[in-house]
Design a protein around this ligand. Sequence first.
Ligand code: GLN
Length: 533
Amino acid sequence: MSKFIFITGGVVSGIGKGIVGASIGRLLKDRGVSVFMQKFDPYINVDPGTMSPYQHGEVFVTKDGAETDLDLGHYERFIDEELTQRSNVTTGRIYSEVIQKERRGDYNGSTVQVIPHITDRIKGYVYKAAEESKADVIITEIGGTVGDIESLPFIEAIRQIHSENKDDVLFIHTTLVPKVPGSNELKTKPTQHSFKQLMSQGIKANIIVVRSSETISEEIKNKISLFCDVPKNAIVQSENVDVIYEVPVKLHEQGLDDYVIEKLQLKAKKSDSNWANMLRSVKDAKETLEVGLIGKYVKLHDAYLSVSQALIDASYKNGYKLNIHWINSQEITEENVSEKLSGLDGIIVPGGFGSRGVEGMIITSKYSRENNIPYFGICFGMQIAIIDIARNVCKLEGADSTEKNEYTKYPVISLMEDQFDVKNIGGTLRLGNYDCKLKENTKARKLYNEEFIKERHRHRYEFNNKFRKELEQAGVVFSGINPELDLVEIIEYNNSDYFVACQFHPEFKSRPNKVHPLFDGFIKASIKNKKSK
Ligand code: GLN
């Protein structure tokens, strides 16, 4: 039977609760304990799929096509497990499911209430995750901050899980110990208050993970221990680190995994050191690679979290630090492109929606192609590359995606329903895993070193197969195809050293210790380009 760890946050949001959860997952895995992770988000949206990247950052897509919180990206990268629909649940989803049941009459005439109906539904997600994953430990993070009105049903649900499972449940509370400007003193009072707030909701945290701008002293630990009645060895600090992958190592040094294993009475082995080995190569990286990320949400780096993380991981793997140049595509014109993109070793155009900033991306693709600078297009970035080649090599004047120009004479990118005889999917996103067959003697095939792959998708538009011949004649190699629907999944441009673009999102499957082949290939090509200068 699975055991349960619940992670709550106190004082303020944004103190890295997700990373702490992911780190605990990593530490347990290193000890031979299997884990499954999930996040409960107290907002009303059914999922973050409809939220602006500026509100929410990236939407992380799971293999089964759930549009989820970006913390799931941290979870997957840290624990190297593919998560599912069960891994991200919002208030909106819980309520809409309960209301649907009520409308169907499933509650047999009862009054439907927060307790027990909403809380039962929440608990159901935890228990189902345990049943399906069969993991030794289910780690569940509660989004938001303790004390928020919105998170009450979640807190109540996990309180009930504790009363149903007693010794098999552990609560971890992450808090901030701030420094008061002027007095130069670290203050534990906010931690005491949020701990008490949690107690007033029936939960006594077993472990406290502290964030602070400085290393907390024994005295601070003593104080927290005394006021919160938590043993001193159950108070650890999640230190500020240069590379987020150091967090598990730092927590391990403070004995956090030993404490969790003892408390939950888990069968565990000695920690294996693969993670630490990977970190060593990260620390060894000396030279810096310059890569341009050209998109329209560049003001908020979180909008491209998995892409930037995959780039960083691939660079470290190849012995380089990475400097990402965040460039707003709206500012790129034919006149200034060489100045805007000068000095870059490689160029990436990631995913995006809508028509704003698209012309700047098309100019970027053309510039990379004509100057033989490694180009990596992801999702929108592939569609952009196709438009560029159609316009500038095939001379299909005004070629476009129908997302931007419905009436274009050359709809090289269009909706699936316009291309196939499929009805009523009106603007439905292609989400989650789809198969892809790789063509022999292509870059993609060499990089993957496999014939069949599965990658995660999140898009509405597709390459329009009517234009395949014309683009092929212009030097485009269609190196990856979805066999079922004959959809284009990966393209390459023959006349460039590295010009590879894919319709799916490889960033979701890249791991720090298992870098995705397309990111690896792109970074290797960028290094080669740098050296040749
Ligand atoms: N806007 C494009 C589409 O819907 C690309 C989406 C993306 O980059 N995720 O097909």
